[in-house]
Design a protein around this ligand. Structure first.
Ligand code: ADP
Length: 260
């Protein structure tokens, strides 16, 4: 373990393969997938060999964010080969393995084994970090993930809203009881700058996640503003962390804090 700018980064020297970092949230729609994709891109920009697994089996959104919808992974030795992206982040999603728009109605064990296939795919040997975009909440897939693949750490995302915070605390407990270190909390949709008049308002409150991190004695990793450009970039397969606009900065800063 090393202390880096107040953030403890767990190094897993004893584990073969990349260090797994799970990104979780208590509820859906708080920006977990957005953070995972942009954090991966920000890490890749600073030279980290990083891959991404979209474990949000029931609602995969990474193919849209990376603009890789409709691409089918090759198979080698019966394992899927991750899809390369122009952002330097090979990734794999359930969305690449099933027909687009098909709803999955699997029970826990099947969802868990699907997740296993994604994590144990043909990742290149020099892969250092694998970010895993978990489904929201504390269900079977999260449990399988934690028990079977022993992430080195978890990052929790929440909006500043009370309800989202309570749910995030519950998700934190799930990792805690399984002995997985919560690396820190990120506040998303934090402050909204009006594109017309520039006035900053707080549609979901402000500072709630930092305060919660303090109460839970967890590191606070940073905040990402609510910005229409983030939503537009994500929908267009043009994630903001890849560009040079100010929207890349919050993600680059969080990536910096995570690095040894
Ligand atoms: P989750 O993975 O938690 O369900 P998503 O990352 O899919 O959430 O985000 C939900 C929606 O909110 C998406 O349309 C996404 O583009 C949008 N979004 C996420 N974060 C922001 C933000 N900071 N500013 C604007 N839109 C955002």
């Amino acid at each position: 373990r090393e202390d880096v700018g107040g953030v403890r980064v767990v190094m897993t020297a004893e584990r073969k393969g990349p260090m797994i970092i799970a990104i979780g949230s208590g509820k859906g729609g708080v920006g977990k997938s957005t953070l995972t994709a942009n954090l991966a891109i920000a890490l890749a920009r600073s030279g980290v060999k990083v891959g991404l697994v979209d474990a949000d089996i029931y609602g995969p959104s990474q193919p849209v964010i990376f603009g890789s919808q409709g691409q089918k992974p090759d198979a080698r030795d019966n394992k899927p080969v991750p899809i390369e992206s122009k952002y330097g982040v090979p990734h794999l999603s359930m969305g690449h393995l099933v027909a687009p728009g098909k709803a999955l109605a699997w029970r826990g064990p099947m969802a868990g084994s699907a997740l296993g296939q994604l994590i144990e795919a043909h990742w290149s040997k020099d892969m250092e970090v694998l970010l895993v975009d978990l489904p929201p909440g504390t269900g079977d897939v999260q449990l399988t993930m934690i028990q079977k693949f022993k992430p080195a750490g978890a990052i929790l995302v929440s909006t500043p809203q009370d309800l989202a915070l309570i749910d995030a605390a519950r998700a934190g407990q799930l990792f805690d009881t399984a002995g997985v270190e919560v690396i820190g909390l990120v506040e998303n949709m934090s402050g909204y700058a009006c594109p017309h008049c520039g006035e900053v308002s707080d549609p979901f409150g402000a500072g709630g996640v930092e305060a919660a991190a303090g109460k839970l004695d967890l590191p606070f990793l940073g905040r990402i503003p609510l910005d229409i450009a983030i939503r537009q970039g994500s929908d267009a397969g043009d994630p903001p962390a890849a560009g040079d606009s100010s929207m890349a900065e919050p993600f680059l800063r969080i990536a910096e804090r995570l690095q040894a």
